[in-house]
Write a protein that binds this ligand. Sequence first.
Ligand code: AG3
Length: 277
Amino acid sequence: MPKTDLWFTELQNEDLTIGLRVAKTIHSEETPYQQLDVYETNQYGRLLVLDGCVMTTDKDEFVYHEMLAHVPLHTHPNPENVLVVGGGDGGIIREVVKHPSVKRAVLAEIDGAVVEASKKYFPHIASGLNDPRVDVQIVDGIKYVEEHANTFDVILVDSTDPVGPAVGLFSKTFYESVFDALKADGLFAAQTESPFVNQNLIRRVYGDINKTFPITELYLAHIPTYPTGMWSFTMGSKTHRPEAVKEVRVSDTKYYNLGVHHAALALPNFVKELVQK
Ligand code: AG3
């Protein structure tokens, strides 16, 4: 890898950045929805960036994709119909199709350019998109959810940050239509940002999900290239509890296992405080 003087920096908030040395710029485009860039970095391999924010890297993508998919999918005893909202890179879908119970997985991504870029530059992340059970829909995920009442066992929301195109995916109205799109024992999970820098958002989102679903759980994972490295996910469930999971149904994971499933639900005190009912 060449030691260039080129750095990618994400301004994570007004006072915080992450910096990665860039060996090469691979791709840059302005899609109808956002700025999309792909870089080759020395530290984390290929890096996918949307509107200046790290979406995923070759080296740490498995943590986010496994944790957003497998914690909720194992919480459901028999997930057959799964919807992924966002996540056009296909990383979540790749994990979803590892579950033998899954009969159909729909990807509802608003920006087709993300799907194309991932297929081209991140083939190992996009690999699941070719599975015959997968139905890729380039549509507005909010509308798609509204139009599919009582359809899914599990819904996974792999959104960008709550600015720009993804704002609606963090709203109470959206959580209500997710509730309606789920079957009677359905559940959902969404990425919900860093407990170090997005405390107000986590509090608000947890509260909104908690008003909508009988069971709400926040869980954590370590993702080195996301703001502060400590990342949260929030699950809303109609009947099943993540604490009840007793066995793992997939074998080829790099982060997720039964111990990690339960450990992820154990919250440090300062995070517990954010989700006090
Ligand atoms: N989804 C975006 C997670 C948020 C990252 N935020 C940030 N870097 N400021 C990731 C998509 C991966 N499938």
